[in-house]
Design a protein around this ligand. Structure first.
Ligand code: NAP
Ligand code: MG
Length: 489
């Protein structure tokens, strides 16, 4: 239920009436099979696992556990489809299929948004206004490139790679599938994709859409399962490229597994991004940007602005305003349109976040948590900030992947560049300043793949996204995203 949780502020605020998104229109099956060669088929092991709604801890459906045998069937189907059909389909025909998938996704946008929220715990306003429209837009965008590859890469001969294996994480389930499938198809490849085990439902709904679109059988195959299913894709001999988005830890395992093979690889990994507030920044906008940077999607964003750096002259005012804003955040049912902070994706992830909160306290950092109350049932974490942190603290160095922010101050630009770059990661950064020259100076010196100025966490299909250092290599989105799925001669 949506509640204005801060008792102290009760006199100045009010409770919003609940505004729950309806779920009566949903058609969720009790059990989902694997999508291989254009059909839903039972897993060879006959094993299924539960997918849980993290906001209620209740089972939504059961998902097939794909084994090595199933992955092999899917790769064979993808190879047949590549050799016999897709590599012979004209680029303009390919474009029509991709465009049709985008249109069908748009038609089912409400259903996709509600399922995403039920399965992942993210708030409906995000899945409705960000995840699903952006996922559709990736298909529209790459549909446009399919018959223009010679303009995308002028004076080069463009070849598709063949069969690509794609593995996605749980934080933007449908969007990550779209980031991967749309450019792969536009470039003429066929696909075997494994979604994350806790959030497979929208990828399976996408499989239904792909079936309805009439895309030739085997061009896209969706194999659900655990890490072992992902490893079976990575290690399959007849796959030409692996596209992985997930943790740096699993990314390193994948890189080792494919060393010495001729598989191409792109790895989109973790982050610990710096959000930097200079003393001439528009303070109120910057505070909103901090909140959006770390509490958006419960901090389950690879580019989350999880390290805040505030210039000393404005530190007190920024931190005080941030604390007041945190107290106003509504934590609760992700299906309620008033909710700001939804549920943590899984019990395991909630434990990881709580362990880091304990580490932060044990290492001597000062904690402040939002006074808003979280529901008793479900996996919830109250927005948390740590001040008085040292650069060497684990909560400053390691990715927490939850609504937990560390706050440091700085005096000079050189100091903040040095501190911000002192991280094994380099995915994104934010800069807040009134002066373009200060923004350009800083952005040229930060080691981060994406840098936002006076905004945060904005994504667009035309713009490449990816990291430096242990945040991975390769880019998704834009022309760069297409480049990852072609050979140029
Ligand atoms: P994860 O644990 O690395 O899992 C990612 C995917 O890999 C899941 O589908 C997972 O399956 C599978 N997997 C696990 N072990 C595997 C193995 N040995 N071989 C092949 N696949 C394996 O990551 P996550 O917890 O789902 O996602 C959070 C991470 O993703 C964070 O670090 C975040 O920063 C990163 N991320 C990066 C970007 C980017 O663009 N750079 C975007 C989004 C997220 P299971 O689900 O069954 O474990
Ligand atoms: Mg789930």
């Amino acid at each position: 239920m949506a509640k204005q949780g801060n008792k102290k502020n009760k006199a100045f605020s009010w409770d919003y009436a609940p505004a729950l998104e309806g779920i009566s229109h949903l058609n969720i099956k009790e059990k989902y099979d694997l999508f291989i060669d254009g059909k839903f088929v039972k897993p060879s092991s006959c094993k299924y696992f539960d997918t849980i709604n993290p906001a209620t801890e209740e089972r939504i459906s059961q998902i097939a556990h794909g084994s090595e045998i199933d992955v092999d069937k899917a790769v064979k189907a993808a190879r047949r489809a590549y050799v016999n059909v897709w590599s012979k389909t004209s680029p303009s025909e390919r474009a029509k299929y991709i465009y049709r998938i985008a249109r069908l996704m748009q038609e089912r946008a409400r259903e996709l948004a509600v399922i995403e929220t039920l399965d992942s715990g993210k708030v409906i306003t995000e899945s409705r206004d960000i995840d699903i429209p952006l996922a559709c837009n990736h298909f529209f965008y790459y549909a446009g490139w399919a018959d223009k590859l010679e303009y995308a890469f002028p004076n080069r001969k463009v070849e598709s790679l063949g069969v690509v294996g794609q593995i996605t994480p749980w934080n933007f389930p449908l969007l990550m599938a779209a980031w991967k499938i749309a450019p792969a198809l536009a470039a003429g490849n066929t696909v075997v994709l494994k979604p994350a085990e806790t959030t497979s439902l929208t990828a399976l709904k996408l499989a239904e859409i792909i079936k309805d679109s009439g895309l030739p059988n085997g061009v896209v195959n969706i194999i659900t399962g655990y890490g072992d299913t992902g490893a079976a894709i990575v290690n399959h001999k007849d796959i030409n490229k692996i596209a992985f988005t997930g943790s740096t830890q699993v990314g390193k395992i994948i890189q080792k597994s494919i060393a010495g093979t001729d598989k191409r690889v792109t790895l989109e990994l973790g982050g610990k991004s710096a959000n930097i507030i200079l003393d001439d920044a528009p303070i109120d906008q910057a505070v909103e940007g901090i909140v959006n940077g770390i509490f958006f999607n419960q901090g389950h964003v690879c580019s989350a602005g999880s390290r805040l750096f505030v210039q000393e002259g404005v530190a007190d005012i920024v931190i005080n305003k941030l604390k007041r804003r945190m107290d106003k955040l509504i934590i609760g049912d992700p299906l309620d349109k008033n909710t700001d902070v939804g549920a943590i994706n899984s019990k395991e992830q909630l434990k990881t976040i709580n362990d880091y909160i304990k580490i932060g306290k044990d290492q001597g950092a000062k904690i402040h948590q939002s006074s808003s109350k979280a529901p008793k049932k479900g996996y919830y974490c109250v927005p948390t900030i740590f001040t008085d942190v040292a650069q060497s603290n684990r909560i400053v160095q390691e990715e927490i992947f939850g609504p937990v922010l560390t706050v440091q101050t700085f005096r000079t630009i050189d100091e903040v560049i040095q501190k911000a770059n002192n991280s094994p990661y380099g995915l994104a950064a934010g800069i807040w300043s009134d002066k373009g020259s200060r923004v350009f100076n800083l952005s040229s010196k930060l080691k981060a793949g994406v840098i936002w100025a006076n905004t945060y966490n904005k994504f667009d299909p035309t713009s490449p996204f990816g990291g430096y250092k242990e945040s991975g290599f390769g880019r998704e989105g834009g022309l760069h995203g297409l480049r990852a799925y072609v050979n140029l001669k």
